[in-house]
Design a protein around this ligand. Structure first.
Ligand SMILES: Cc1cc2nc3c(=O)[nH]c(=O)nc-3n(C[C@H](O)[C@H](O)[C@H](O)COP(=O)(O)OP(=O)(O)OC[C@H]3O[C@@H](n4cnc5c(N)ncnc54)[C@H](O)[C@@H]3O)c2cc1C
Length: 447
């Protein structure tokens, strides 16, 4: 069964990014049209930055709302990264707006106080997000890591709590909307009131739909846990029934799972679906990592599960060219789904799976991959164990190793899919580029 790679949508992908980045141009032209000469006055500069910041803030909320259209185009993880950059840009422009406006207006009106409160809230959320919720290169600096861990362990700043606080972004947006609607520059022209009112309602509705209305719909189509199986000391598989009529996932996709059990609170966490799309049950394979995942082994059969998904574009297709899968630890889950989907007789292209794990007992489904290797000449399985000596599982994924194991003369044609911890993604993609492999796709297990 040969399929063609879906063409990267070369037009629509950059089109939406540029449209969003350039979108403040329209309201700026409507506001300044005919009086652009006044732009360098502190009042006008304040307005300029304010308009840009509001438009970017609007898109920040829209991008966070898990809109399927954008997930299909870019993958939800990339949309979230874009959401982060939009938020940062909105923040910078709103601070500039504040600075230039306070040069002009000295007194504090209610409308200014409301705007300033919104800005402070937005600033606070952004700082906490950058520091605790996203993985950035600065977090690799030891002192910063220690400082971060201190807060996490001593003040219980865990990810779910921060995520809850992150939702207050909508409140900040609401305050800023009230500030804009109360501004004399808005009130003097009816079309401005209508434009701001419409955009704000749209952004807030999208947020409410994502946070409150959609979960209600998902609850009505909720799944039920059928079994919880221990695969290793720290790895479990949770199987769930699929209600009739639920759209199947594509192999390699993930979703947000909320287990309705007092053990798990009300939090949702992202996990890749590790079962094949044709499977009658939906399974996830979870490694114990922190507060939430350590409770999952106690989940009982019959527990209801709200599933928001599937999301993501980590779905390779067979178009005749060789494929390389690289997994680090529990990053094997999308490949489990993909290979269970293709099974032994549906692998039609040369396919190499390199799976690096710290301990051999964490190599769940080792036998499953070995069996496919025995049954299909196209498939090669290369296990690597880094934390202990295991015969036949030695190595490091560097460029020499990759050169020895791949046909680098055809590097241009190879598509590589990597899933695992952040350091593996960086080092593997660097090494792949060194040997000439350019088609590299990632799935990160953190944002
Ligand atoms: C797209 C995607 C697919 C994933 N697939 C799998 C999988 O198949 N198997 C598996 O074992 N793990 C998977 N993970 C990772 C899994 O979501 C985290 O290990 C789990 O949420 C950790 O929660 P914790 O409270 O136990 O650990 P903590 O120590 O609280 O969190 C560790 C890290 O997990 C991430 N995280 C925690 N809570 C959330 C949340 N609510 N939303 C988003 N990220 C969060 C953060 O990066 C955090 O720094 C996936 C993650 C993503 C983003």
């Amino acid at each position: 069964m040969m399929k063609t790679l879906p063409m990267n949508n070369r037009f629509w992908k950059p089109f939406w990014v540029f449209t969003v980045i350039l979108s403040p141009a329209l309201p700026l032209q409507l506001y300044f049209g005919g009086s652009w000469y006044s732009i360098f006055h502190s009042y006008s500069l304040g307005m300029f930055f304010g308009i840009v910041s509001y438009v970017y803030f609007f898109f920040t909320l829209i991008a966070a709302s898990r809109i399927r259209f954008f997930d299909r185009l870019y993958g939800h993880d990339k949309v979230l990264v874009f959401h982060g950059y939009m938020a940062l840009a909105a923040l910078v422009f709103s601070v500039l707006h504040y600075i230039f406006k306070t040069m002009f207006f000295k007194e504090n009106t209610v409308q200014i106080v409301i705007g300033a409160t919104g800005l402070i809230l937005f600033l606070l959320i952004s700082v906490l997000t950058i520091f605790f919720m996203v993985n950035m290169p600065v977090h690799r600096i030891k002192i910063i890591r220690k400082f971060k861990n201190y807060f996490v362990y001593h003040f219980g700043f865990d990810y779910s709590l921060l995520k809850l606080f992150h939702n207050f972004t909508a409140l900040a947006f609401l305050l800023i909307t009230v500030h804009i609607l109360g501004a004399s520059a808005t009130l003097e022209v009816t079309s401005r009131i209508i434009a701001v009112g419409t955009c704000s309602s749209l952004a807030l509705f999208t947020f409410i739909n994502h946070k409150f209305l959609r979960p209600v719909l998902h609850y009505r189509k909720s799944l039920k846990v059928t079994s919880v199986n221990r695969l290793a000391d720290n790895i479990i598989e949770i199987r769930m029934n699929l209600p009739q009529g639920r759209a199947p996932h594509k192999a390699g996709q993930y979703g947000y799972f909320r287990f309705l059990s007092p053990l798990c609170g009300r939090w949702e966490h992202p996990f890749t679906v590790s079962s094949a799309p044709q499977s009658k049950e939906l399974a996830i394979t979870v490694k114990k990592l922190g507060n939430y995942t350590e409770k999952l082994p106690e989940i009982k059969a019959g527990t209801r599960v709200i599933f928001d998904g599937p999301y993501g574009k980590f779905t390779p297709v067979q178009n005749g060219n060789p494929l390389l899968f690289i997994a680090g630890g529990i990053g094997i889950t999308p490949f489990l789904s993909i290979l269970s989907h293709w099974e032994k007789d549906r692998i039609m292209v040369p396919l190499t799976l390199i799976w690096s794990s710290r301990y051999f007992n964490e190599m769940i489904h080792f036998k499953f991959f070995k069996r496919i290797e025995e049954q299909n000449d196209n498939f090669r399985f290369i296990p690597i164990v880094t934390g202990e000596m295991v015969q036949g599982c030695k190595g490091r994924i560097d460029s020499v190793f990759l050169k020895d194991n791949m046909n680098v003369k055809k590097a241009d044609n190879i598509s590589a899919f990597i899933c695992g911890p952040e350091p593996l993604l960086h080092s593997a993609s660097k090494n792949l580029k060194e040997i000439g492999i350019r088609n590299i796709y990632f799935e990160k297990f953190s944002y």
